[in-house]
Design a protein around this ligand. Structure first.
Ligand SMILES: [Zn+2]
Ligand SMILES: [Zn+2]
Ligand SMILES: [Zn+2]
Length: 262
């Protein structure tokens, strides 16, 4: 099996990023490059298909760092600012394509995008080719690009409708990506049971009202008997090296620029 499927962690931080502006803590002052985290987002590449999950405030530097030049679609987990506010940077991915850029989101998330970036969705205001040209597509079930099938996984996170995604490619490991989650409903847990790899929210050591803590994420990985997991959406309470040393071998800590290849 050739390693032709690549998942890149563009960003792995919680909403404020790490280091946090003005914070003198040990993690924010760490010299370990894995403790420099931009806002959470991943990129998928397989069989000529290039997919982005979320467009956060750091999208520009993430795209430059990873040499991203082309996207076939953008897929949104939810409408929190740390996942959508890089929307307008996506115009650079519109210049070299004839069709508008497909953007998949729940109706609620799409409504927020249309409120935040109204000009983009009004054809007459958006006639100039240098602007972003979205093709808004509402997520109602699984959808595919080439051999990549994306299945929405509803989760509970704050008061905003939020999805994780199951990423399936024939003969490749099944990967689930849940960057922002507090509670996983039973229907989603059932789908996750057969997943090979879980990438999951683990904000900090202590409980939080809208995100999983590290012990909560570890417990879910255990209950689901997931063979390989990566923690993400991490805050400055957790230094990479110390956190990873505290975890069993099958649970690792993601960091910006990490690539998983299958
Ligand atoms: Zn977030
Ligand atoms: Zn700090
Ligand atoms: Zn969120």
């Amino acid at each position: 099996m050739a390693a032709d499927f690549e998942l890149t962690f563009l960003g792995t931080a919680t909403s404020v990023g790490v280091p946090v502006i003005g914070c003198p803590c040990a993690v924010c002052r760490s010299a370990d490059p894995r403790d420099k985290r931009t806002r959470s987002s991943i990129h998928l590449q397989y069989g000529g298909i290039s997919l982005l999950i979320d467009s956060g405030p750091d999208l520009r530097q993430q795209a430059l760092r990873e040499g991203l030049t082309r996207l076939d679609a953008v897929i949104y987990t939810h409408s929190h600012v740390d996942h959508v506010v890089g929307f307008d940077e996506l115009r650079a991915f519109c210049w070299f394509r004839n069709d508008p850029l497909p953007m998949h989101a729940t109706q609620a998330c799409m409504n927020t995008l249309q409120t935040m970036f109204p000009w983009a969705f009004i054809a007459v205001d958006n006639a100039y080719r240098g602007y972003i040209r979205p093709d808004p597509l509402i997520i109602t079930g699984p959808f595919s690009y080439g051999d990549v099938t994306i299945t929405p996984l509803p989760v509970v996170h704050a008061s905003v409708e939020t999805l994780g995604f199951l990423i399936e490619i024939p003969e490749k490991p099944k990967i689930a990506y849940l960057p922002d989650v507090k509670v996983i409903p039973d229907e989603t847990l059932e789908i996750l049971r057969g997943t090979d790899i879980l990438i999951i929210d683990a904000l900090r050591p202590l409980p939080h009202p809208t995100h999983l803590s590290v012990p909560e994420a570890v417990a879910i990985i255990g209950e689901l008997e997931i063979g390989r997991a990566w923690l993400t959406h991490i805050g400055h309470d957790l230094g990479h090296a110390e956190l990873e040393a505290s975890l069993p071998d099958h649970i690792r800590v993601s960091y910006d620029g990490l690539k998983l290849a299958f």
